[in-house]
Design a protein around this ligand. Structure first.
Ligand SMILES: Cc1cc2nc3c(=O)[nH]c(=O)nc-3n(C[C@H](O)[C@H](O)[C@H](O)COP(=O)(O)OP(=O)(O)OC[C@H]3O[C@@H](n4cnc5c(N)ncnc54)[C@H](O)[C@@H]3O)c2cc1C
Length: 531
């Protein structure tokens, strides 16, 4: 059962190891857990629905509450602090494309706003209910989730857009295929959501980002159906598939999704590596990213993140042995940088890739500690998200920021982002714990993924104000440094004010005109993506 006011399955609770809690006390002080706002109170004060009745639409207050938010920080404050004020007027759970079509027609006839809802895992306010006089319909794709075709010769699979990660891979893996798209939200996020937010999976270097995996499909727009055939390649003008990618529900409802699939790999290994310093690690990773070595992932943590990861790894004796071993090999735990390096594919190719990558790693004084650390990461790859629940209960807020930038700017940008977060809390005499990693590396640059932790303030409103200051400070720094406002989370409401800096006024107007054509009454997810 999914937790109603936090992340994930309500039966999973991750304890914070004592060492990690002590580290939090030392770095930012003792947190104080705050009482959660009860679900019953939301239900009691749920406003009356403004929607006319329709057999496919439920007005159940619990459903309306569950579809009023995603997983962004303001969403969390809204839910756990009782600040959520706006709810969809109704929720539809269609099971066929014909029902989706009928719901869109109903929305047009009733001048209703439609928010397509995939897995509800957005972390940037994609699902926020806008302030509007019009009724708001949440159109959930949860039950629209079947595999409808698998063409093994063309290596294409067609799904209904609401299918979530585990069900999708189960369908493919049992037939010998894999999509290989693993965002950390894999358990709950949906295929349609991945496509329209331009999501990136943990092994994107091997399998590709979703824009490389997305082959075609169909979108139901208020103007009519837009078909996107899965041509293997085409020179017939601009590719409309690229416009759908990242459209965040504003073009219409993505119904049918065709994706490129591959055979299940023979090998899928992840190795742990430690470097003596950020500089050595950075140069190794940059060098490997610029070659044709076929690695599937490289995730390089800076010293602050390495220290945090070591504190979080519950096993004290193994950790002590590892630190002793690293010291013997000349790596101090204060400057150590941990790197996970993955190889996926055939035995022959992964062996060759491993040899080539490790020869570069050794040249930069990297020490391989073998597969156990990689195996532990594979086992827990979707679990660390649950720590956000634990930290909140202990009185700590946790959020993440991300960007991508060219190699020459990666280290200065990472340092500037971290500094901007520290500086933003200085006037309050508050401390913050900040750490970063590079998780998606490309020949021309890398993503930077920064996590920050701070103490919950006395009231939810004060905590939200602190977060807004941190978010603004870091977002301005990202833009000034020349990074994109998002490498993988998308725009939603939280990033839209930075879009003009990135796309330019003409770019924004082009997008606006296109959405206006497809959605003349601005009914599709208004208030998102565009400033
Ligand atoms: C713990 C956690 C970890 C995460 N890790 C990653 C990560 O590693 N990589 C990454 O890229 N992202 C990550 N995210 C962000 C999020 O999971 C992605 O943005 C994901 O793609 C959203 O998919 P969803 O199905 O949950 O969409 P939702 O959150 O339901 O919706 C997101 C947007 O897509 C629209 N939408 C959804 N389905 C459709 C459809 N069928 N048709 C039209 N519009 C639609 C919605 O209207 C909304 O605008 C993470 C989030 C969390 C909470």
């Amino acid at each position: 059962m999914q937790r109603w006011n936090g992340w994930g399955d309500e039966n999973i609770y991750l304890e914070l190891p004592t060492r990690a809690l002590r580290m939090m006390h030392d770095l930012i002080g003792k947190g104080q857990g705050r009482p959660d706002y009860p679900r019953e109170k939301f239900i009691k004060r749920m406003p009356e629905s403004r929607l006319n009745s329709h057999p496919l639409i439920s007005l159940d207050p619990k459903l309306r509450l569950d579809h009023a938010h995603g997983q962004s920080f303001p969403d969390w404050i809204g839910l756990r602090g009782g600040k959520l004020r706006r709810f969809p007027d109704g929720v539809a759970l269609p099971t066929t494309a014909a029902e989706i079509q009928e719901l869109l027609k109903f929305a047009i006839d009733n001048n209703a706003v439609v928010i397509p809802y995939g897995g509800g895992t957005s972390v940037v306010g994609h699902l926020e209910v806008p302030e509007t006089r019009r009724p708001v319909l949440s159109l959930s794709l949860e039950r629209f989730n079947r595999l409808t075709d698998l063409d093994s010769n063309s290596r294409l699979a067609t799904f209904e857009s609401g299918i979530r990660g585990p069900q999708l891979e189960y369908q493919l893996n049992s037939r010998g295929f894999i999509l290989g798209h693993y965002p950390q939200s894999f358990e709950y996020s949906s295929l349609g959501g991945w496509v329209v937010t331009r999501s990136s999976g943990q092994q994107s270097r091997h399998y590709g980002r979703i824009e490389q995996l997305f082959a075609g499909g169909e979108v139901l727009t208020p103007r009519g159906a837009l078909k996107l055939p899965p041509f293997p390649a085409s020179a017939a003008g601009p590719d409309l598939r690229q416009i759908l990618l990242g459209s965040e529900g504003k073009m219409g409802v993505l119904t049918k999704v065709v994706v490129k699939i591959v055979a299940l790999p023979e090998k899928d290994d992840v190795y742990g590596v430690f470097f003596p310093s950020w500089e050595r690690a950075f140069h190794a990773v940059q060098s490997i990213a610029g070659t044709d070595i076929t690695f599937s992932m490289m995730r390089l943590s800076n010293p602050a993140e390495t220290m945090t990861n070591l504190a979080l790894s519950g096993k004290g004796r193994q950790r002590a042995l590892l630190i002793r071993y690293l010291r013997l090999r000349g790596i101090s735990e204060k400057t150590a940088c941990m790197c996970l390096v993955g190889f996926t594919g055939s035995r022959r190719l992964t062996a060759a890739a491993r040899r080539a990558a490790f020869s570069i790693i050794r040249r930069h004084n990297g020490i391989c500690v073998g597969k156990p650390m990689g195996n532990a990461w594979k086992r827990n790859r979707f679990q660390s998200a649950y720590l956000r629940n634990t930290l909140w209960d202990l009185g700590y807020a946790a959020d993440t920021l991300e960007t991508a930038i060219t190699w020459d700017k990666v280290t200065p940008a990472m340092k500037a982002i971290e500094k901007s977060l520290h500086d933003a809390l200085k006037p309050d005499n508050q401390r913050i714990h900040v750490f970063s990693h590079l998780s998606h590396v490309y020949p021309s640059g890398s993503s930077i993924y920064t996590t920050f932790l701070f103490r919950l303030a006395a009231t939810p409103s004060e905590t939200l104000e602190v977060w807004k200051r941190l978010k603004q400070s870091a977002s301005q720094t990202i833009t000034a440094a020349g990074g994109t406002i998002s490498h993988q989370h998308g725009v939603g409401t939280d990033h839209k004010k930075y879009m003009t800096a990135e796309k330019g006024a003409i770019g924004i107007q082009t997008l606006e005109q296109m959405f206006n054509y497809l959605d003349p009454k601005k009914q599709m997810n208004p208030g998102k993506l565009l400033p």
